[in-house]
Design a protein around this ligand. Sequence first.
Ligand code: G6P
Length: 607
Amino acid sequence: MCGIVGIVGHTPVAPLIVDALKRLEYRGYDSAGVATIEHGELARRRAEGKLVNLERRLKDEPLDGLIGIGHTRWATHGVPNETNAHPHFSNGVAIVHNGIIENFAELRQELIADGYTFSSQTDTEVVAHLIARELAAGAEPVAAAHNALKRLQGAFALAIMFKSDEDLIVGARNGPPLAVGHGEGEMFLGSDAIALAPFTNSITYLEDGDWAVIRRNEISIFDMDGNRVDRKRQQSLGTSFMVDKGNHRHFMEKEIHEQPEVISHTLAHYLDFANGRSKPLDLPFDFAKLDRLAISACGTAYLSGLVGKYWFERFARLPVDIDIASEFRYREMPLSKDSAAIFISQSGETADTLASLRYCRKEGLPIGAIVNVRESTIARESDVTLPTLAGPEIGVASTKAFTCQLSVLAALAIRAAEARGTISAEEEKLLVRQLAEAPRFATQVLKLDQQIEKVARELAHYKHVLYLGRDTNYPLAMEGALKLKEISYIHAEGYAAGELKHGPIALIDENMPVIVIAPHDRIFEKTVSNMQEVAARGGKIILITDRKGAAAASIDTMETIVLPDVPEIIAPIIYALPIQMLAYFTAVFMGTDVDQPRNLAKSVTVE
Ligand code: G6P
């Protein structure tokens, strides 16, 4: 899930490419590079680490070429160093790549036998050599690229440049997204529309198997057989602004604080607050006729789906099978004809989620997608897009997308319950009214920042943390643990509170704080018993509860974070905030790179 850019321009392109790469840094940030053609020769600058290092390099040794390609990397094959950084060269061919060439080992052997030498450990370099070999055999650049593409197996988005033609970039897509941008006397190529936003909002998305010949005055798109294909040119939405941190230290902090507003926008999209009803949706299935719902997603999006399962089953009496997409795609799960599938993804590009969607498509299921990026592949390949209105999420650790996903799922569960007749009009009105309160309560919770920061200062001293919760707070416990480990690098586990006695209790001592997420709901007492078990073994408890819970739990805690008393349906949305804030402040105390934690990427377009 690297980011790639290409520009055939009329002014020096290197600064423009770096600007576009900044917008793509969410896709990977291990190393970066730019190549241009300088006085008829390929030239490149590459640097290990963040883009700022590449910018520094370019300041010392600028590039002036009018055509170029650039890359920001998330390493798959080969450690993140300068030698493995893209672009890769071979005899007049320059290439940047996102994805994995699955048959690279075989191709590498073949090329070595033909006398090609490899200077990197990447799978990408085989593509550069393959094209160079075609050129050496007499093919023209475009034909050389096409012939080489036919040899590739796996997932790729590629930008290819030739020193012999300063008016040509070839782009190719099989899996990871790639968009071409139309300009006047200049053309662009990029992993997404946001990367190209400062240059153009006139975009054509390549489809799987497409490859494009991009010249200053013309773009032609072909399929793998070499037939010309017509792809829609569209105005890209909402990408014309540069996302910045405002007056926040990190994007994550800003995104946490945006939640009252974006939750409100998202809920208003699905709920008619004035009449206390869920809005009708143009769905490719009828909730009343479904016997099961399959939900699949990755990471934080998966955990939102897990909360959704509780809601669909409780309110709509609709059984839900939920899977991590990387398992779902290979599990060959039998799917009944009366099922529908819902996929959840912030980026709409996650490779495993997309593969699961395609499996369900093949099985003939109607498909809905809860996505934040409306122009994404998952959105385009589903029968109905159910948008989260979170706006661009830049911090790698998902925050506002999560609570917006929860908002959509809650609204959908109410819609399903109404369609299946499992709630009355009065109950629907009450639930809608309760959801309408979520933004107000979220605002109140954000005001607990000082107390949560104090707890985080303590937490930063520990190496292991356990999160416990029951019911919808169980997925939240897992989300809390995920957030903490991904940005602070403290080992954390999320468990169903009732499972404590089946294993994790053996770990409890004064060195492992236990964060208990327990609003005063119908199973609060059960969770209190689990807390007693922790306390009896010298465990330190951080309790996140509400006023009633704080009054009822007569247990010594390291700290009790008291939230307002909120209706049960919005509890997962509201309780998500303190766990995000706790992870955020802890990471700040640990001094980690909060928005771009090590080894992670925002959009995972490889398996
Ligand atoms: C990565 C991100 C997570 C995200 C997951 C799924 O791991 O770091 O924040 O939850 O991918 O991404 P998606 O875009 O499909 O929601």
